[in-house]
Design a protein around this ligand. Structure first.
Ligand code: FMN
Length: 364
């Protein structure tokens, strides 16, 4: 099955790349990622100064990561003289070099990194929300390179559509959506301390919990500027998630936190799982998913869900969670159509899929 995706003159053997972070922080780590079979490789964000990173800096929960990491702890010279020349010798995948942050940084970074990059990704995480400043950063980069250019949007940018239009007009090819969410906070009640946090007490949150925000940002941007390339990132943990991002409007995806939480071999697993996931949803290849137009059949009237008694295990979870007190149990689950609001919570939460809306099953 063809997993290939192409855009802006670049071809990726599959749509999964690593997102900028600790796993692409030096030569050795880039080599590890290359061996995992990813469609393209991305570097950690490189800048002109060295960051001061508060430690500890990566907290992991079940479905989210919190971090106070900044950009690469290695100086630009280390990247240009050691990591990237060595990596270029063995790399056969498109290499996206991540850079940050200001116009002045770009004047230094782009000329020095251009010969190593197949494309640039620009972090705007610490740049603020002023679109004039962001536009000037793009124009500055464009003075020094013709390579594909992707601006990475952070969730604290208030208007993703305006951000996309601005950077498109300034000369960017696309958007990487999204960076980590924040500022957020982690408190240790026993120690009465902020163990994980920067000097102001904050961290950035990423991982499966932020996937809904990332998906909506991809969708918003694709609707606002359809001709722009979107690389989706934020919360991906499975091949099914990759497909969701492609349906929302992305042409490729990146992942970091799920690999931090579940293991670095997750990249390899997702690529291996992708053909099966495409098949399960009736797609012949990755390109077909990208070209599919997502439909949104908003309904204001919907009949109460139906119970499949052959599947129902009588666990009664639906009865306990129904917000409208419409579900009761006398030997079997009974949904009271007069009380039911057709909210869908029981359908979503039933562990064996025994509740369903007949309208959706009929594809109406
Ligand atoms: C520990 C850590 C370090 C990160 N460092 C960078 C970075 O240097 N540059 C950047 O653009 N994003 C950075 N990010 C953000 C990720 O690239 C990504 O956008 C975000 O984590 C959402 O994707 P995920 O949920 O798959 O991790 C970092 C995230 C984490 C967790």
């Amino acid at each position: 099955m063809r997993l290939e995706t192409s855009f802006d003159g670049l071809t990726f053997s599959n749509p999964l790349m690593p997102a900028a972070g600790p796993l692409n922080g030096d030569y050795e780590k880039l080599v590890f990622l290359l061996k995992e079979g990813l469609g393209g490789i991305v570097t950690k964000t490189i800048s002109t100064s060295l960051p001061q990173i508060p430690k500890p800096c990566i907290y992991g929960d079940r479905d989210f990561v919190m971090n106070s990491e900044l950009w690469s702890e290695h100086p630009l010279r280390k990247w240009t003289d050691e990591f990237l020349p060595k990596f270029k010798e063995i790399n056969d995948k498109p290499l996206i070099v991540s850079v940050g942050y200001s116009e002045a940084d770009m004047e230094v970074l782009i000329p020095k990194l251009d010969r190593f990059a197949d494309a640039f990704e620009v972090s705007t995480h610490y740049v603020g929300t002023n679109l004039d400043i962001i536009s000037r950063i793009v124009e500055t980069i464009r003075k020094h390179t013709k390579k594909p250019l992707y601006l990475k949007i952070s969730p604290h940018i208030p208007n993703p559509e305006a951000f996309a239009k601005t950077v498109h007009e300034a000369g960017a090819n696309g958007i990487v959506a999204i960076n980590s969410l924040g500022p957020t906070m982690k408190i240790d009640p026993l120690k009465r301390q902020i163990v994980y946090g920067n000097a102001a007490g904050y961290v950035w949150t990423s991982g499966p919990s932020i996937k809904p925000i990332a998906l909506a940002t991809v969708y918003k941007i694709k609707k606002a500027v359809p001709e722009m390339t979107i690389i989706g990132v934020g919360g991906i943990k499975s091949a099914d998630d990759v497909i969701e991002f492609l349906l929302a409007g992305a042409s490729a995806v990146q992942m970091l936190s799920a690999a931090l939480l579940r293991g670095k071999d997750l990249y390899r697993k997702i690529i291996a799982d992708l053909p099966g996931a495409l098949d399960k949803y009736g797609f012949k290849d990755v390109q077909e998913v990208i070209e599919t137009t997502l439909i949104n059949p908003t309904r204001y009237e919907l009949e109460a869900p139906v119970v499949n008694f052959d599947t129902c295990t009588k666990c009664r979870l639906c009865e306990r969670i129904c917000p409208y007190f419409a579900i009761s149990f006398t030997n079997k689950i009974i949904v009271d159509p007069d009380k039911c609001f057709s909210c869908g919570l029981c359908v979503a939460k039933c562990p064996v899929g025994a509740l369903y809306f007949s309208a959706f099953e009929e594809g109406l």
